[in-house]
Design a protein around this ligand. Structure first.
Ligand code: NAD
Ligand code: NA
Length: 396
């Protein structure tokens, strides 16, 4: 079977095992090329199969020779259907880690559930004893609350008033106006329940209770801020409330880790093409303009460049970890540079269906989007039969 991208709306229904493997190998090579990082040796990554979480797992393993446990929620391949990309990524990651003599095991299931937390605690207990770094990198549209049984759905809505601005359908290149109705109180509560900090603190509490955190353990969760252009739908919208809550949770977790000398951080990362960000109105247009400018200025980064820099220059530089006035690590520093943002804001006013191919990086957007699913990688023969069952070694 030859696997091709099959699009439906903002998602791709297929993914390519060899392309996902190539993606992982490219990221590993990048991390190795940047030299060793004096980082954590036993790392738990929650949300480890794609995006920033996968990059964190790769950076830990191939930058610091860490043993890693990855938790994620992915679909294995079934009769006539490819697996989700995170499945293939994780299979490739484990295989490369094992070849390098590194411990790597994975747990596939709902990280919000008590059951998956239990499995993870048992695995740490049996294999690693304790962990010294916990990366929290979940991006999910829903959370079944383990205590109340309520199914919370997150939304991407402005708060207070209708938001109208430009957006692009990155498949067709059509720039249109989009209006998004404001959230109600339930939307806000639900989004905070899914993407806020409660589950992060539940994980850390559970680990601590069973003495699975090493002295000085660090935990890091990922956030986003972005420019005033996207503020109404992002940072001042429902998702922004969740990020406010996540950022506040870092302080309560740090308090709870005092006796261990541990610390919780939020790292504010750059806007990148991921499955989650492609579904947010306005953001793809912003990203296509941002990419154009950042590439021209030579400061463009993908997930792996962001996370490698986070680990080498911030978390494990040997110097005190620099934070902003709200205690956050800023690895979105290049995105937020005044000169970059001024140029993006100017292009934003000029962006139309006609001008965007020239002033924005739509081609780069599309390429990155297809890359998420393992397509468009150099060195992969996409005409070859790709009908293989790919297993993750540690998952039976
Ligand atoms: P992603 O979709 O690439 O990764 C999400 C991960 O979470 C995957 O490993 C997935 O399997 C896992 N996951 C989702 N639901 C799960 C569940 N119920 N149980 C277990 N695992 C589950 O997302 P991403 O873009 O890498 O986002 C990670 C974090 O980074 C999020 O907090 C996001 O807000 C933040 N962030 C993203 C951007 C961006 O532009 N993409 C920028 C800054 C910060
Ligand atoms: Na992730």
């Amino acid at each position: 079977m030859i696997i091709e991208p099959r699009m439906r709306g903002f998602i791709c229904l297929t993914s390519h095992p060899k392309g996902c493997e190539q993606n992982v190998k490219n990221q590993i090579e990048y991390v190795k090329s940047k030299g060793p990082i004096e980082g954590a040796k036993k790392v738990l990554v929650i949300g480890a199969s794609t995006g920033f979480g996968l990059a964190s797992r790769i950076t830990s393993a191939f930058g610091s020779n860490a043993g890693t446990i990855g938790v994620f929620f992915e679909k294995p391949p079934t009769e006539g259907k490819t697996a989700s990309p995170g499945w293939y990524n994780s299979a490739a990651f484990e295989s490369e880690a094992h070849k390098a003599g590194l411990y790597a095991k994975s747990i596939n299931g709902d990280a919000f559930s008590d059951e998956i937390k239990r499995q993870t605690l048992d695995l740490i207990k049996a294999d690693l004893g304790q962990v010294d770094l916990i990366i929290y990198s979940l991006a999910s549209p829903v959370r079944l609350h383990p205590v109340t049984g309520v199914l919370h759905r997150s939304t991407l809505k402005p708060i207070g008033s209708t938001f109208t601005n430009k957006t692009v359908d990155f498949h067709t290149g059509n720039v249109t106006q989009v209006s998004i109705e404001p959230a109600n109180e339930d939307d806000i509560t639900n989004t905070v329940a899914v993407m806020g900090g409660e589950d992060w603190s539940m994980w850390i509490d559970a680990l601590k209770k069973e003495n699975l955190l090493a002295p000085g353990a660090t935990t890091v969760a990922y956030s986003y801020i972005g420019p005033s252009l996207t503020e109404a739908v992002y940072r001042k919208g429902t998702i922004g409330r969740a990020k406010d809550n996540l950022e506040a949770t870092a302080f309560t977790i740090t308090d709870s880790l005092k006796d261990l000398g541990g610390k919780a951080y939020v790292s504010v990362n750059k806007a990148l093409v991921t499955q989650a960000s492609s579904a947010i109105p306005v953001i793809p247009l912003y990203i296509s303009l941002l990419y154009k400018i950042m590439k021209a200025e030579g400061v463009h980064e993908g997930c792996i460049e962001q996370i490698q820099r986070l680990f080498q220059d911030r978390l494990y530089s040997g110097k005190p970890i620099p934070t902003d006035e709200k205690g956050r690590i800023r690895i979105d520093d290049w995105e937020m540079r005044d000169d970059i943002q001024e140029k993006v804001a100017k292009l934003w006013l000029e962006a139309t269906t006609e001008t965007l191919p020239a002033i924005g990086d739509l081609a780069g957007y599309r390429n990155d989007f297809l890359n998420l699913f393992g397509f468009e990688f150099a060195g992969v023969d996409y005409n070859a039969d790709a009908n293989e069952v790919v297993e993750i070694t540690s998952i039976k």
